[in-house]
Design a protein around this ligand. Structure first.
Ligand code: HEM
Length: 214
């Protein structure tokens, strides 16, 4: 892909990702955030965070299936945008839902285990956001960095669980997200299995060559 194409793609991602926030700000300015604005804003921010997290997780499987390399150039941007929305979602819970009342927050966490699940997902995203720079990749080393960043899958699973669990009745939407996540994980697992089989074949071929020489 050309540099111009890459820039256009990133501008498109910024525009699409920031549209839900712009819609919320417009709704606030025009006093049009439904009869329960706090719940509405919390939900919109949570759902956008989950969508962006799944979009981040879709990039490697997309490269595996298509052979294209450009999806990987969007990974850091989409991951940071997902983190940004998750932090806003959390901030609304602290500031607007609980007005910094640590007691009621503690009660909420104790009474509603799905809050703990969401909190764990957010905590897992913190080291990933902190080590997303090129400098940190170099400092950690590619292997350790990749291993650490596999936590994003755990955050995705917890994000889906948070949504499935918080719904008071069975909703189709959280299951749609969970199914997408399972499909993405299945592609990664299939690819890892393929890599292992390929390495085993290579080792076997090497042994045969060495054996035939000896
Ligand atoms: C990566 C982290 C997180 C993700 C991906 C996430 C995602 C979501 C999603 C998808 C929803 C449902 C939206 C809808 O109904 O349309 C939601 C709702 C909610 N989340 Fe999160 N969340 C995360 C972290 C948190 C944290 C840290 C807290 C608070 C400590 C939290 C508190 C809530 C609350 C209070 C609701 C609204 C529940 C209701 O409507 O009754 N979430 N979240």
């Amino acid at each position: 892909m050309t540099t111009r194409g890459r820039v256009a793609l990133k501008v498109g991602v910024w525009a699409v990702a920031l549209a839900p926030l712009a819609a919320l700000l417009y709704g606030f300015a025009t006093d049009d955030l439904t009869v329960n604005p706090i719940e509405y804003v919390t939900r919109q921010l949570g759902e956008t965070a989950l969508r962006l997290l799944l979009a981040t997780l879709a990039l490697t499987p997309l490269r595996i299936v298509s052979g294209w390399s450009w999806p990987i150039t969007l990974r850091r941007l989409l991951g940071l945008l997902a983190f940004f929305y998750a932090v806003l979602h959390f901030a609304v819970w602290i500031v607007l839902d609980h007005f910094f009342d640590w007691h009621t927050m503690g009660d909420d966490i104790a009474k509603r285990p799905w809050i703990t699940v969401g909190l764990t997902a957010l905590v897992l995203l913190v080291p990933l956001a902190a080590t997303s720079t090129t400098g940190m990749i170099k400092r950690l080393g590619g292997r350790a960095w990749r291993r650490l960043h596999r936590l994003v899958y755990v955050a995705g699973i917890l994000g889906c669980l948070h949504y499935i669990w918080l719904a008071k009745k069975v909703l189709i939407q959280p299951w749609v997200y969970a199914t997408i996540l399972m499909l993405l994980l299945a592609v990664r697992l299939w690819n890892s299995g393929r890599g292992l089989a390929r390495r085993a074949e290579q080792k076997k071929a090497q042994k045969i060559v060495i054996g035939s020489r000896g």
